[in-house]
Design a binder for this molecule. Structure first.
Ligand SMILES: Nc1nc2c(ncn2[C@@H]2O[C@H](COP(=O)(O)OP(=O)(O)OP(=O)(O)O)[C@@H](O)[C@H]2O)c(=O)[nH]1
Ligand SMILES: [Mg+2]
Length: 195
């Protein structure tokens, strides 16, 4: 649920990047950070292990613009994808306004994608959310690699609701802003319904 601060006239919306380990969530945030002008972004905070795996989360605040005199800020988070950080993933989903699922397109990662999508649904459910009712976009990442599934197969396995999806090569910035724009647009539509 977006957080409205009436005194500073700001609305903060929380967008969480979810997906299996090494699918490219942190790379998405880095890419957004590197391609956003200084005046629109805050500090990118990353808590990573020595091998650059996300330990707790990454966080990036972005300013989107003004709506009816309120400054709209997006707070982007990534979860740690590794199985054993389940508690962090649950915590980071608290108060979520929109979700990006980053899938790894490699054939041998489909199992991990499916597991992560299930994990997302369960964790949301525990907090009284339903993925079906949240702003949601999917990114099929790592399209540059050789052994990837077709988009038709990926959609068939991961996108039953037919939500907006994008092909990504996050290390090159491909599809990154398209994905962010898509989920942000859905979040703003929800926001306008509420206020
Ligand atoms: N070839 C290729 N590599 C990518 C792409 N996106 C990310 N990577 C690489 O995949 C590895 C993992 O990327 P991260 O962004 O750290 O993955 P993550 O999803 O944050 O992983 P966790 O934090 O462990 O959950 C890194 O070596 C990235 O450079 C891509 O589109 N293509
Ligand atoms: Mg990460």
């Amino acid at each position: 649920m977006s957080f409205i601060n009436y005194s500073s006239r700001e609305i903060n919306c929380k967008i969480v990047y979810y997906g299996p380990g090494l699918c490219g969530k942190t790379t998405n945030l880095n890419s957004i950070y590197n391609r956003t002008s200084q005046d629109l972004k805050g500090k990118l905070i990353s808590l990573a292990t020595e091998t650059e795996r996300t330990l707790f989360f990454d966080f990036l605040p972005l300013t989107l613009g003004d709506i009816r005199g309120f400054k709209i800020r997006l707070h982007l988070y990534t979860v740690p994808g590794q199985i054993f950080y389940a508690a962090s993933r649950k915590l980071i989903l608290k108060g979520v306004d929109g979700v990006v699922f980053v899938a790894d397109s490699q054939i041998d990662r489909m199992e991990a994608n499916l597991e992560s999508l299930d994990d997302l649904k369960i964790n949301l459910g525990e907090q009284g959310y339903e993925l079906e009712k949240l702003p949601f976009s999917i990114q099929y990442n790592k399209r540059d690699l050789p052994h990837v599934l077709s988009i038709i197969d990926m959609n068939r396995m991961l996108n039953h609701r037919n939500v907006p999806w994008f092909e990504g090569v996050a290390i090159k910035g491909v599809g990154v802003f398209e994905t962010l724009r898509s989920v942000a647009k859905q979040v703003l539509i929800e926001l306008k319904k509420q206020y």
